[in-house]
Structure formats: structure tokens, C-alpha cells
Write a protein that binds this ligand. Structure first.
Ligand code: NAP
Ligand code: ZN
Length: 373
């Protein structure tokens, strides 16, 4: 997600010639993604250089490649669910060495000194938050380019350890879809004895179902897709509500402690606030480009219900989530694609036709030539 504005001066820029990098970019909001060559910065003392093995395809990639949120800088190289092998480290790096498996999520830098950063909530840094792509790059003065590419250079503070217990391809979506659902489930202390709703069975939603189930909650999945009912149960849902059938909501009125809404399109929130218990929370993580219809105030005030939002998660919590997933054997359910299939994948994502995350095998970039050497 790219919403922050920078308010401080950028750090000294490294204009040394960088490393040739092969990627895939959209040149405008209406052009398909295609091959694109650019340079990564020369690794500095605190940098980790990573050969990208796999990159998940988030709906936020599509929103930004098509400039649906406004403010995309073109060409844009999307991708913020990155898992790869460390190929080199700067001389001050202590936590990584060549050969390690490593992950990079939605952020690659922040000021490190504000209250949000000190609280481990770098995603809320308003001074110098740098997203993995489509963000002003304090190192180069240009724009950041993401994980649809052969390799990346990232400050050690924003590199995650990925356990060898995890399959690197199914671990990639944890870096965004995983943490974006894990963080609110933890913030609202989801656990045994609670009834939790997950709205939408896409990339985020299917991770929400798996994680809420692993945390011990009773999980109800809300879907518009009848053909996902069996999968939802296999992934950990105790019950499934087909949201196109209003009658299916009635038995659940006033019964939920927490509902996590991952839907990427505007819809009626009152259907869900009406299902919350007194003091229950509907947390929105889906970020449609158009607003939802205004929710009913009455629905909220008579049961002190809340509507909240949540943005990815901090670096420490992302590591905690990766370790939780390694311990519980949790990865994403993926469809592995080549980079050449990315435009078809976007079209299928728009039709809610993905089970349940596309992941790009970056080996397929070799077909585009060898800028990366
Ligand atoms: P996705 O894989 O496309 O899943 C979205 C799901 O929403 C679909 O599979 C579908 O599930 C449901 N859906 C789609 N259109 C719908 C409609 N018109 N009405 C009702 N349900 C609909 O997308 P994703 O990658 O999970 O991302 C979801 C949203 O979260 C995007 O807007 C993305 O930008 C945002 N996001 C936010 C954060 C954050 O930090 N807050 C982080 C990452 C992504 P069913 O078929 O089950 O109905
Ligand atoms: Zn994402």
C-alpha cells in the first residue's frame, strides 16, 4: 500500500553505478506488464543483497499497476511478497550471510527514530516510510522497484528470516497476506472461545482463515463464491456463509467477537456490523479504490460496536508471524506462475478466480535475457 508522504529530507544518495536488474513493469495504468531493465543500488554496509526466488501477487499490485489508488509513478515494478537467497551482505550486517533464505515484505525503510518506529510499528512511520515499490527511494532519489525482478538490495532492518521448515514458494505470500491478517488477529486478541468472521476467500482471506483457526478461534468464512465452500472448510473454517444469500446472515446476528474484512471492492458494511456482539469490531483491511456505502450509525451505537482498519504489520511482528507459521506448518495455498503469465493472473484475480495466491517463479525471468548476469 502506498499512502505515506515523506516530510523529512532524504538521506545522502548513492549514485554509484548499480547492478543491472531484469524485472517486469507496467509503463502506464492501461498497458500490460512487460520486461523492464533497471539498476539496483550497490549494497552499502548495512545492506543485504537477495536473489529473488519467488514473489506473491497481491491485489495491491494490481491496484497500483492500474493506478486505482492514484499517485502511481510509472514505470512501476510491483511485488512485495518476496522470498529469496542472500547473495551478499555489507560489512556491518550481523543477522544474515550468503546462502540464507530471506524475506522482504511491503516496506524497505523507515526513519527508525519516531515513536511509531520505536514501538515496532514502522508501517505507521510518517517521516520516512519507504514501501518496497512505488515509493520515493531515499537511497537513490528515484522510485523503489519491487519483487517482480531478479534481485533486490534491502537494509538489514527490513529483511526477515525465513525458516528452512517453510517452503519458500508458499512462504512468499506470508510477507503481505500473512502479516496483514496476523497483525489484526493478534491486536484484537483472537483465540479460543471467540467467534471470528473472515470476509472474502482470496489471498488475504485464506490466510486469515488459516491463522484464526491456528489461534484456536471458531471461524466463519463469508464468501460470494459458492465453489469455495469446500476449500474454506479444508482451510480451517468451521462454517461458511454465502454472502449472496441474505437469509444465511440471520442466524449469526449479534454473535461475533471480531470480523476481518479483506474484500477488494465496495460493499455494504452493515451486513457485518449487525453480526457483531456488544463491543465487537469489524476490522477493514481490504482497500477498494471506491468507497463503501456509508455504514449505519445506529448499528454501531446501540451495541457499542466498532469499525477499525489495519495496515500490514511491523517488522518484529512479521518475524513473529513467520516463526508462528513455521511452527504450525502454515504456508499459502498457491498457483505457481511464470512472470510471462502475470497479465492473465491479474485478470483472473479480478474475477476472484485464484486458489488462493498466485506466486511468480522468478526463474522464468531468464527467458527475458540476462540483464542480471
Ligand atoms: P484477492 O486475492 O483478489 O481477494 C479478494 C477477495 O474478495 C476475492 O477473492 C473475493 O472473495 C472477494 N471479493 C472480490 N470482489 C468482491 C465483491 N465485489 N464483493 C464481495 N467480495 C468480493 O485480494 P487480496 O490480495 O486478498 O487483497 C484484498 C484487498 O486487501 C485489496 O484491496 C488489497 O489492496 C488490500 N490489502 C490491504 C492490505 C493492508 O495492509 N490493509 C495489505 C494487502 C492488501 P470471495 O470469492 O470469497 O467472495
Ligand atoms: Zn500486499
Amino acid at each position: 500500500m502506498t499512502t505515506a508522504t515523506r516530510t523529512t529530507a532524504a538521506r545522502p544518495q548513492n549514485r554509484e553505478a548499480g547492478t543491472a536488474t531484469q524485472g517486469y513493469a507496467a509503463e502506464s495504468a492501461t498497458t500490460p506488464l512487460g520486461p523492464f531493465q533497471f539498476e539496483r543500488r550497490v549494497p552499502g554496509p548495512t545492506d543485504v543483497q537477495i536473489e529473488i526466488l519467488f514473489c506473491g501477487v497481491c491485489h495491491s499490485d494490481l491496484h497500483q499497476a492500474r493506478d486505482e489508488w492514484g499517485g502511481t509513478t510509472f514505470p512501476v515494478v510491483p511485488g512485495h511478497e518476496i522470498v529469496g537467497r542472500v547473495t551478499g551482505v555489507g560489512n556491518q550486517v550481523t543477522r544474515f550471510k550468503a546462502g540464507d533464505l530471506a524475506g522482504v515484505g511491503c516496506m524497505v525503510d523507515s526513519c527508525g527514530t519516531c515513536t511509531d518506529c520505536k514501538d515496532g510499528l514502522e508501517q505507521f512511520c510518517t517521516r520516512e516510510l519507504t514501501f518496497t515499490y512505488n515509493s520515493p527511494d531515499p537511497h537513490t532519489g528515484a522510485v523503489t522497484y519491487g519483487g517482480y525482478s531478479s534481485h533486490i538490495v534491502v537494509d538489514e532492518r527490513f529483511v526477515l528470516r525465513v525458516s528452512d521448515k517453510l517452503d519458500p514458494a508458499t512462504a512468499a505470500p506470508l510477507l503481505c497476506a500473512g502479516i496483514t491478517t496476523y497483525s489484526p488477529l493478534r491486536e484484537w486478541k483472537v483465540g479460543p472461545g471467540q467467534k471470528v468472521g473472515i470476509v472474502g476467500l482470496g489471498g488475504l482471506g485464506h490466510m486469515g482463515v488459516k491463522l484464526a483457526h491456528a489461534m484456536g478461534a471458531k471461524v466463519v468464512l463469508f464468501t460470494t463464491s459458492v465453489d469455495k465452500i469446500a476449500d474454506a472448510r479444508r482451510l480451517g473454517a468451521d462454517e461458511v456463509v454465502v454472502s449472496r444469500n441474505p437469509d444465511e446472515f440471520t442466524p449469526h446476528a449479534n454473535s461475533f467477537d471480531f470480523i476481518l474484512d479483506t474484500v477488494a471492492a465496495p460493499h455494504n458494511l452493515d451486513d457485518y456490523t449487525a453480526l457483531l456482539k456488544r463491543d465487537g469490531t469489524l476490522c477493514l483491511v481490504g482497500a477498494p479504490s471506491q468507497p463503501h456505502p456509508t455504514p449505519s450509525v445506529t448499528n454501531l451505537i446501540f451495541r457499542r460496536r466498532r469499525i477499525a482498519g489495519s495496515l500490514i504489520g511491523g517488522i518484529q511482528e512479521t518475524q513473529e508471524m513467520l516463526d508462528f507459521c513455521a511452527e504450525h506448518g502454515i504456508g499459502a495455498d498457491i498457483e505457481l506462475i511464470s512472470i510471462q503469465e502475470i497479465n492473465d493472473a491479474y485478470e483472473r484475480m479480478l474475477k476472484s478466480d485464484v486458489k488462493y495466491r498466485f506466486v511468480i517463479d522468478l526463474k522464468s525471468l531468464e527467458r527475458e535475457g540476462s540483464a542480471a548476469g
